[in-house]
Every structure is written in C-alpha cells, then in structure tokens.
Ligand binder design. Structure first.
Ligand code: AMP
Length: 261
C-alpha cells in the first residue's frame, strides 16, 4: 500500500493513473467492518482502491468530540493492507485548508434538518472536505455508508449540483449481531452502555410511531435528540452517556415527503 501524507504528491500520483478505474473510500479512521465492507465493494468494482483517513475538524461542532474521537492509526494501516488497499491518503489539517477554511461548500436546505439542527455547519464541513478529497483522487466511484443516511444524500446532491465526475455509491449499514450499527464511536461506550446500545436499533425498527419510539427509548435510558420519519425511512439520534449514536432504517417502499431525504 502506498501512503501519501503530502497532497501534491498524491495529486501527481492519481494524475498518472490513466485508463485505470479508481474506487475511493473516505474515512476518519478507527476502522471497523462497516468501513471494510466499503473497501471490499470498491475492490470488486475497480482496478485500484484508494482510501483516506482524515479526522476533519470542520465537521466537529464540539471540541470535546473532536479531542475524544478514536485514533487507531497503526491498526488502521494493518487492516487496509490486509484488505489490499492500493493507496492511502493521510493529509494534515493545515494542508487540507490552505485557505484557512475560507472557501466552503454550503448546502442551504437538507443540511439544516435532522443532524443539521443538532450539529450546525456539520454538513458544510463534511461536503467541503469530501469535495477536496474527490478533487485530489478523481475516483470514478466513491463509496459511502447508508448508516450516515443524511450525509450520503447530501453528498449525492452535491455531486449532482456541482457536476462531479465521480459516481457516489451507497453501501448498506453493517451491524453487530445484536443490531447495533457499527461506528468508530462505539469504542467509547463502556461495557454496560454497549449492551444497552443495541436497544436503539431494536426500538427504531419497531412498527410504532416516532413519538412512541421516543418514549420507549427514553424509558430505556437514552436521551433522544430526534426520531423522525422521512421518505419511508425512520432516522434517529440518541445519546447514551457521553456517546451520541445515529441510525436509520427503511420502513416502507414508496416515497412520501416534501424533502429529498
Ligand atoms: P467515518 O469514518 O465514520 O467518516 O465513515 C467513513 C464511511 O464509512 C462513511 O461513508 C460511513 O457512512 C461509512 N460507515 C461508517 N459506519 C458504517 C457501517 N456500520 N456500515 C456501513 N458503512 C459505514
């Protein structure tokens, strides 16, 4: 696996790959089976697999969350090597924002609801960095998890709005056996919280109203940020101790909503 910390060297490298299809998986590291499912899919569909590890400060609206975000660089490298990733990009924060984050992608509608209400400017940070990464790698396809449904929809929206050449591929959520969606932040749950966390997906998937789910979740010890139904999908965010969990599940086939989510 070739590792590029330097953005200019990475750009040069990707420019030389003429006639080779590149599949790209952007991550923030602390890799788990969810990330690796994206890698596997990219490997099946492309000549070359590129991944990135970049803990993007612009998408954290809470300094503590950024500080405490799990960092597992050495294990990540071994995992990516074992999964035969060809190129890894690990840029530095100051190199990713030569403009000091003066230039940003901002979305003015669907980034303002759900997660956007609880994490102001979060999605602008995500979109800006994803666009930068796509401009460095120029992949034919980039892979994103349905676990972060709103993020996925916004990245697809950006690709369409800005005429990006990259196809955005949606990949299903990978879960623990008990239903808990895999997430880098799950490491931060203690043993008891980890056991209780499985209830989030169980309750989210019940055939009940969002209001009933909220009540049941609160009884089970979660603090509920939101539980909302959009486009036949139930989306939610809860807090368990210091850890915030998000998840979503399709509940019916046909679309019915006034947003694109
Ligand atoms: P992150 O490192 O959390 O920024 O995630 C990098 C990519 O992996 C994003 O596209 C996520 O949606 C995706 N991802 C994270 N967790 C999962 C999961 N449990 N199943 C599928 N994809 C995931």
């Amino acid at each position: 696996m070739e590792i590029f910390n330097n953005i200019q060297s990475a750009r040069k490298h990707f420019r030389t790959l003429d006639g080779v299809s590149v599949g790209f998986i952007p991550t923030m590291g602390a890799l788990h089976a969810g990330h690796l499912s994206l890698v596997r899919r990219a490997a099946a569909e492309n000549d070359i697999v590129a991944a990135s590890i970049f803990i993007n400060p612009a998408q954290f609206n809470d300094a503590n969350d950024f500080e405490n975000y799990p960092r597992k660089f050495d294990t990540d490298i071994s995992l990516l090597e074992a999964f035969e990733v060809d190129v890894l990009l690990t840029p530095e924060v100051e190199d990713m924002f030569p403009d000091k984050y003066n230039y940003q992608v901002s979305e003015n509608k669907e980034s303002k609801i759900l997660e956007g209400l609880y994490r102001p400017r979060h999605f602008d940070g995500v979109l800006t960095v994803v666009l930068k990464l796509l401009n460095i790698v120029h992949p034919g396809k980039a892979y994103f998890g349905e676990k972060d449904w709103q993020q996925l929809k916004l990245i697809q929206g950006m690709a369409k709005a800005l005429f990006l050449d990259t196809e955005i591929i949606a990949c299903p959520t990978i879960r623990e056996k008990d239903g808990l969606a895999m997430s880098s932040r799950n490491i931060l749950l203690d043993k008891d919280e980890l056991k209780r966390a499985a209830k989030f997906h169980q309750i989210l998937s019940e055939k009940t109203t969002p209001e009933a789910k909220t009540t049941t979740l609160e009884k089970a010890g979660f603090k509920v940020d939101y539980i909302e139904e959009r486009e036949g999908r139930i989306l939610g965010a809860v807090r368990l101790g210091k850890v915030r969990l998000i998840d979503n599940e399709q509940i019916w086939e046909n679309q019915k909503s006034n947003t694109n989510l």
